[in-house]
Every structure is written in structure tokens, then in C-alpha cells.
Design a protein around this ligand. Sequence first.
Ligand code: AMP
Length: 384
Amino acid sequence: MSRKLPTVGILGGGQLARMLTLAAAPLGIRTLVVDGTSDACAGQVAELIVADWSDDAALADFARRVDVVTFDFENVPAAAAERLAGLVDVFPNPRALAVAQDRLSEKTLFRETGLDTPEFETVDTREDLVRAVARIGAPAILKTRRLGYDGKGQFRLKTADDIDAAWAALGEAAGKHGLILEAFVPFDRELSVVAVRGRDGSFRAWPLTRNWHVDGVLSLSLAPAPGTSDELEQAATAHARAIAEKLDYVGVFALELFVRGGDLLGNEMAPRVHNSGHWTIEGAHTSQFENHIRAVLGLPLGDTGVRGASAMLNWIGDMPDPAPVLSVADGHWHDYGKEARPGRKVGHATLCAADAGSLRAKLAEVGVGLGRESQVAPAVELLG
Ligand code: AMP
């Protein structure tokens, strides 16, 4: 008698779908991925359906073949998520996805749940922008409300003289996606809470992760975030939980935070497994990918405790030589199987160690070996 293995459908076939697939396999769970391109990197490890989000027949066929649907990509059109939700269980639910897709509704939700945000104003016209800069001041960041990620769809205004340049860059997007002007926050550090909520409402968070971005793209993560007080950890985790409960969220998500003085400000929420949680694959008892699969299928959630200290380095554009990472104990290499392209996330490495001191030594060694001392420098300095 053949046994039918549960199948998780994933919309989007990038590295997140690929790592979800790799985490699902030991549990006897298969994935079926839908992506618009035939070379989507998850297709190297999972069955891939090449179809457009607007292809109703393909989505219906996909829904028939899976037990539950989830996302590797947060900008799946709400209409496609809604359509699927009429056919099969979809987690996170389309409303949560819609809130997280729009910087305005996301920030409004943060404030409703008691999490402060940078000052912001919505901008639909050039006059709105002039008014918003007059109120918020400069420096400030103009962002598209929708479809922005990794620093894309953003323009930094150093002074009010940059209004014309900002409008030239993003004015056209105002009509399509709406814009938001945010005060530039001179933060002390950036943290994220990666957390998971189950179908039964159970909730777990991994320890806070410290993140460094270069040109708006994550470059380096360190976990558990060194020098974080219990109060800050508890407050950040409580905010994540309140947001998840308000959205009736199911699955893994990340809440990105700025810390200024002792205060937390909510930057954005990613309604999916997140780059700042990649270290959990080797650094935690249960990875974000496994817990997401468990959550969407209604299985018990796994322990989010850590094995020690971890650092994650992102490879942007092209892959470096793996040897320096593979040569250190507890050094882990992830190549997403993507073509090199400027600005593209093509892989990452995670270094794990029993304590901060030995992690520092490993990071310094790998940084020198790769000729990437500047990428590891912030963590080496902090751990020193
Ligand atoms: P985002 O796509 O909004 O997450 O922005 C990417 C990165 O740009 C953030 O992780 C920060 O490093 C930086 N950034 C975004 N918004 C602000 C802000 N209001 N103030 C200061 N830095 C910001």
C-alpha cells in the first residue's frame, strides 16, 4: 500500500523555497513550487510548476496537488493568494500577507499594537512630498509602499534640496504603488525577531539577531545578538507576538527593528522565513525553515533554543571561494545554485561556535581567507 506524503505548495521558487524544501524532506514532507521562471533555484531540489500568478487554471491545478500553500515571496498578488485560499488552506492568511505588503498598513499595525515606528507620511503627489519633508525634515527616506525590498524602491533625501531628485526617481511609482516618506533614524543598531506561530496559536521566537545592511541589503547577522538586555529581548518578542496574534498569523515571520537609545522602532515585517534567520539552520535546535513547515501543517513547533553563537555572511552578486569556510570547524556553506548577477543574493555561509570568543576567532580567520575583512569587521569588533 502506498502512503501519501503531505505536500506543501510554495508560491515563489527562490532560495527560501529551496531551503524550505531541504528542511521538509527529513520529515517525509514534499514541496511543490510555482514560479514564473523555469530556472527558479528551488527547481533544483523540488518539483517546479512554471506558471504566472494570474494563470487561474495553473493555480487550481497546483491547489489540487497540495495539502497547504505558503509563500517564499511576499509580493505575491493578494488576488492570487485569495483565489488559492478559496481552494486550499493558505498560511500565512491572505490578510496578513496584504498588511505586510504595504508599508503604510504595516506601520499602522505596529502602532496599534504599541510598537513605535519612525515618523512617516504617505505621499501620492509631489505636493504631498513637499509637505511631508516640511513636517518630517531631512534626512529622510522615500519608499514605495508596495513591492520594495532589499533597499529597492527607495530614495534617500539628505536635504530638502533632494525633493526634485527623489520625485524624479520615484514619482512614477507613486501612482502605481503609493509612496511613504520616513524620517531617517540614526539608529544604534538593527535587530530582528524571527518568530513562528502555529495553527493552534502556539508561539516561539528565536533569540534576537543583530543585523548589518550594506546599501539596504543584509550583509551580516550575529545571533544571539550580543549585549542585548533581557528587557529588550522580552519587549521585542512581545511586540512580535502581539502582531502575530492580531493578524492570526501562522508560520515564520521576521520583525525588523531599529534600536535607538533604549527604544525599539518597528521598520518592517517580512511575512515569511527571513534572511536574518538563516543562521538557525545550523545554530538553533530547530531551524526557521523546519518550524515554518511544521507550523503550516499544524505539527508541534520545535525548540528555538541556540546551540551556541552564530554568524551569517551573505554572498551578494557572486559566490566566493568556499574553501576558507569549509576549512573551519562548524563552518557551513550554502550555494543557492543561482547565476551570478550584481546585487543578487546567491548564497550565504554560517559559522557556529560554542561561545562569542571562538566565533570571533573563526570570523576573523574566514574574513582574511576570503579577503572580506570589511564584511566581517562589525561582528569581529563587537565580539572582541
Ligand atoms: P527596508 O527595505 O525598509 O528594510 O530598508 C533596508 C535597510 O535600509 C534597513 O535595514 C536599514 O538599514 C535602512 N533603512 C530603512 N529605513 C530606514 C530609516 N527610516 N532610517 C534609517 N535607516 C533605514
